[in-house]
Write a protein that binds this ligand. Structure first.
Ligand code: FES
Length: 331
């Protein structure tokens, strides 16, 4: 039977939890290009390492999946090369993946200087190789390390590291993308004469021009999505009423969670009830009235908005609370 060894890098990563990564991303903000600041946080919330740890530690994985009500594609090992397609840094994945893999297989000890220092050092290394701006690599490097922590070195190395060529908005320069996310649609002559803007666009994949639907000012996002009659079920079995999975439309099931990548100032503030439900579902714990993670059925748009739709949903909060409270929980 082959001996399974865990690299020092993996051992170091396994000592950290979701909240540690949130702190690290906050510390890295000053050295990360704006184009990937929200995107990297959305990825971190979308793939919390605590869920991966809980599944790995469960004596019965299927029972844990049921206990957390996990639905959709929640296994990151199947999405190592694709889960971060909404990051600008996705186009540099091959370079970053190779850099992280080399450190992992080297067996070198990791100086205990903090996650943010580790990310920064690896991003510097990759940037020096490619002679490029390190600020564009910091976010995707953090994602690569979190992915390694999730799936382990064997699964991390197994994929080819290829990425799809950026299309649509993602083919633009990073500053252009930041500007485009904040821009509203032109309202035409009648809109101009009325002096009010009434019709906007919700974009849910910047890499595909067709991945958007119209929304009236003040309309709930999932209500507008309902009018998008294209077939999304083939690509995501949870989607029966437009591109955003929904069930209850009443903040009760957690199916419709999304990341708000652009236009956050143009969406309605979260109610106390929505914030409370987001916390209970285990998606985000915050008092921010416009958090980066929302329940789309509770959000009204007053301008163009760019979303990220997670490929899975669940009610993980109660299970994780029990796991983290356990005296046996690894630290
Ligand atoms: S559809 Fe159930 S919480 Fe939004």
């Amino acid at each position: 039977m082959p001996t399974i060894t865990v690299s020092p890098l993996e051992r170091y990563l396994h000592g950290h939890r979701h909240t540690d990564w949130l702190v690290a991303l906050s510390d890295l903000r000053a050295v990360m290009h704006e184009v990937d600041q929200r995107a990297t946080r959305i990825w971190c919330y979308q793939w919390p390492v605590d869920v991966a740890r809980a599944l790995a530690a469960a004596p019965d994985r299927d029972a844990a999946v049921r206990a957390m009500w996990l639905q959709g594609r929640f296994d990151l090992a199947e999405q190592v090369d694709t889960s971060h397609a909404f990051l600008y840094g996705h186009r540099f994945w091959s370079l970053v993946k190779q850099t992280v893999t080399e450190v992992a297989v080297s067996g070198d000890e990791v100086p205990a200087t903090g996650l943010h220092e580790l990310v920064r050092r690896m991003a510097d290394n990759a940037a020096a190789r490619a002679r490029m701006d390190v600020s564009l690599l910091v976010g995707i490097t953090a994602v690569a390390l979190m992915t390694l922590q999730h799936v382990g070195l064997e699964a991390f190395r197994k994929t080819r590291g290829q990425t799809t060529a950026p299309r649509g908005l993602l083919a633009s320069a990073p500053d252009q993308i930041v500007g485009a996310r904040e821009r509203d649609d032109a309202q035409g002559l009648f809109g101009f004469l009325r002096g009010i803007k009434t019709r906007f666009t919700v974009r849910f994949d910047e890499g595909r021009d067709e991945a958007c639907f119209p929304i009236f000012s003040g309309q709930h996002i999932t209500t507008a999505a309902l009018a998008d009659r294209r077939d999304y079920t083939a690509s995501d079995a949870r989607c029966h009423e437009g591109p955003i999975p929904v069930q209850c439309r009443a903040a009760s099931c957690g199916t419709c969670w999304v990341g708000v990548l652009g236009g956050n100032g143009k969406v309605s503030a979260a109610s106390a009830a929505e914030l409370s439900r987001l916390r209970e579902f285990g998606y985000i714990d915050t008092g921010d009235e416009r958090p980066v993670i929302r329940l789309a059925c509770q959000v009204q748009a007053y301008g163009n908005v760019t979303l990220v739709i997670p490929p899975w949903n669940g009610i993980v909060g109660p299970y994780l609370s029990r796991e983290l409270a356990s005296p046996l929980a690894p630290r």
